[in-house]
Ligand binder design. Sequence first.
Ligand SMILES: [Mg+2]
Length: 176
Amino acid sequence: MYIFLDIDGVLNGDQEYSRLRKSLRDAGLLSHKQSVLDLKPEHAREEHLLMLLSGEKISILNELIQKTGAEIILSSTWRNSDNLWGFEAETLLKKAGFQGKIAGKTGESLDSRGAEIARKIKSMALEDGDYIILDDDPTTKDARILTGSRNRWIRTATSKGLTPRHLSQALDLLAP
Ligand SMILES: [Mg+2]
């Protein structure tokens, strides 16, 4: 059993991004016009990325993993350390309290998140019941179209991320 996991908009929301932005501005590392993405690589610290991993949302994910035994396939842009100023998502997730296992990640970037997930589903020959997808990216719907699968996507709200409601939905989908 696998969970295709996005991070931005799933393990964080507006609150985490605002907090990081404020902290970087207070430290003089960003101007008021700049966004988090404008941070200079030499100023990037692990603690900055950890601020984007909500302990509360990771607890929800841990509970889902504990109840289902599912392993993670990272589909987030965080899967590539080039997007994280060289830091590794797995290390960050563990430091933030993640207790599951990362079994893999989707491959190279394609036109859409959904296409990337679809390619991985096909290469692993996954059946509908073998996985769910936690993602806020609307192109995730492509995965369903491209694989002809039933809907295995639980869409989170970009501003809010993972909530207890999504946990129940995921348990319903993953229950045998
Ligand atoms: Mg996202």
